[in-house]
Design a protein around this ligand. Structure first.
Ligand code: NAG
Ligand code: NAG
Length: 484
């Protein structure tokens, strides 16, 4: 009815100078409208429009439909890992890959410069030989041409056309990933959109040299499926323009920049542009799940009295028991004896005599040295550091992970005291040999990852040789501090 009348009015289109006023007058006459009937009329019109919008107009977003469309959960098999390696380094470093790769539920491919002379051992990903790169320019003095081959791993991985992929993940053969954490963290982002997710270097100087906005390749980075598809199409043309750059990661970054894409920073990726003892880095991890560790060859074994690979295997026992919690730092206080205990879950616990304020414990004890060697190099880091005393007796007591067992989401981890020689310690801790930590398996949902909060802990039992610590969610207004 209403639509019919309107149509009629349109048909009688006059050539009046003010057509709107003309229609309105004409309509009033036609309908013989009084003010109250006008009100009714407008009400009916607005109601009809609403009904039309709600039921017949598919493109109008309803308030309920504003949130993202429901998506199925991202799982391990949605990630394809591409590992840049070489026939020379692969046999040596395959033990690193075995730490995080499982043939049953991880999808990965290793890219080599030439075929292996002896077959790779068991429990390793399939190996392929990269394509020819002789046509691409490389002019960086004293750099390695292999940077082109490694950059093209991105294209070659995408061009395999493997099905059901949401994320392409890239790393080196001396990178270990925490796959379940990567799955969780990437599920925050919509793989249908263009995402380039990674992290910069720990070294300020390295970021100055390469870019603060680049994902450093060895630390690992992820490219969403839809971005990967586009990047694979255009990468070769970018490689022709960037022959003057040093690394593969710079080449990928340059091409992504040309596509208009920026880096989404995830602090759990670790390029590890430091050398030596990384204890300080591992005991003050950001409040974000651990995703990767790189430069494993340049670091000392992360546990004492073990070789490098054995130490990482030991670490991965805790990763397997509770990957979300690995390295997460919680701090608790013992008022009576004035002790401060800093737990880097699954790795090490430090016991300080006296009240250490939490903000101070979040800076990294400088147990490592800079990536660039030499005495006169600038060494600035992208995080706050504090001196680690040379004198072991001025350091906190350190307890390293001994064992971890989990049962029905309750995880017990045991830490034993690392000898500090003949230091004099207070009565409260001089006989302390072992710390046991009990925690719930940490299940982070997307909201908790978007707005993370550090957990709390408390010393639930303490006698001469043993301390027991409970890690739990903090109370609503609970502060992580000593009650003084
Ligand atoms: C992947 O798909 C593209 C386009 O359909 C095709 O050109 C290419 O040969 C395919 N690659 C493989 C390894 O099947
Ligand atoms: C912790 O270590 C003690 C002694 O070494 C042992 O008795 C206990 O079973 C261990 N607990 C766990 C959870 O490994």
């Amino acid at each position: 009815m209403l639509f019919n009348r309107r149509r009629k009015l349109w048909i009688n289109s006059p050539s009046n100078s003010n057509p709107l006023a003309f229609y309105f007058n004409k309509m009033l006459k036609f309908l013989r409208l009084t003010p109250s009937r006008i009100k009714d009329f407008l009400l009916i019109i607005s109601l009809s429009i609403s009904i039309y919008l709600v039921f017949f107009h598919p493109h109008t977003p309803l308030p309920l439909a504003v949130s993202a469309p429901p998506r199925s959960l991202t799982r391990r098999h949605h990630l394809l890992f591409s590992i840049a390696s070489s026939s020379n380094s692969f046999p040596r470093r395959s033990s690193y890959i075995r730490l995080w790769y499982t043939p049953r539920d991880t999808r990965a491919v290793v890219f080599l410069d030439q075929p292996l002379s002896t077959p790779a051992g068991p429990n390793l990903p399939p190996v392929v030989v990269s394509g020819d790169t002789r046509l691409f320019p490389y002019t960086f003095k004293s750099g390695l041409r292999s940077a082109i081959r490694v950059a093209r791993v991105v294209k070659e991985a995408v061009d395999r056309n493997e099905t059901g992929i949401r994320w392409f993940v890239f790393g080196d053969d001396d990178t270990v990933f925490v796959v379940d954490n990567l799955v969780k963290v990437l599920s925050k982002y919509d793989h249908h959109k263009w995402y380039y997710v990674g992290s910069s270097s720990e070294s300020y100087e390295q970021n100055v040299k390469y870019s603060f906005d680049m994902a450093f390749g060895g630390g690992g980075f992820a490219i969403s499926y839809s971005l990967g598809k586009v990047l694979a199409r255009v990468l070769d043309s970018c490689l022709m323009r960037y022959g003057h750059l040093y690394g593969s990661d710079s080449r990928i970054w340059a091409c992504l920049v040309e596509l208009g894409v920026g880096l989404t920073h995830e602090p759990g990726f670790h390029q590890v542009d430091v050398r030596g003892n990384v204890f300080g880095m591992l005991t003050a991890h950001p409040l974000s799940p651990l995703l990767s560790l790189h430069h494993l060859d340049a670091m000392e074994p992360i546990f004492p009295n073990m070789d490098k690979t054995r130490a990482l295997e030991h670490f991965f026992k805790a990763v397997t028991a509770d990957s979300s919690r690995i390295l997460q730092q919680t701090v608790c206080y013992e008022n009576f004896n004035s002790l401060t205990v800093s737990v880097a879950w699954g790795y090490a616990i430090q016991v300080y005599e006296g009240n250490q304020l939490l903000p101070d414990l979040l800076s990294l004890p400088k147990t490592f040295s800079s990536w660039k060697r030499g005495t006169r190099v600038e060494a600035n880091f992208m995080f706050n550091t504090r001196e680690y005393p040379r004198n072991a007796c001025e350091r906190p007591l350190v307890f390293y992970l001994e064992s971890v067992v989990s049962d029905n989401n309750v995880v017990w981890s045991n830490y034993t005291r690392h000898s500090d020689g003949k230091c004099r310690r207070s009565d409260a801790i001089k006989n302390l040999k072992e710390i046991r930590v009990v925690s719930q398996k940490l299940e982070l949902d997307i909201e908790q990852m978007m707005a993370p909060r550090r957990q709390c802990c408390e010393i639930s039992a303490s006698h001469d040789e043993l301390m027991v610590i409970d890690v739990r969610k903090c109370g609503a207004d609970e502060l992580i501090s000593m009650n003084v």
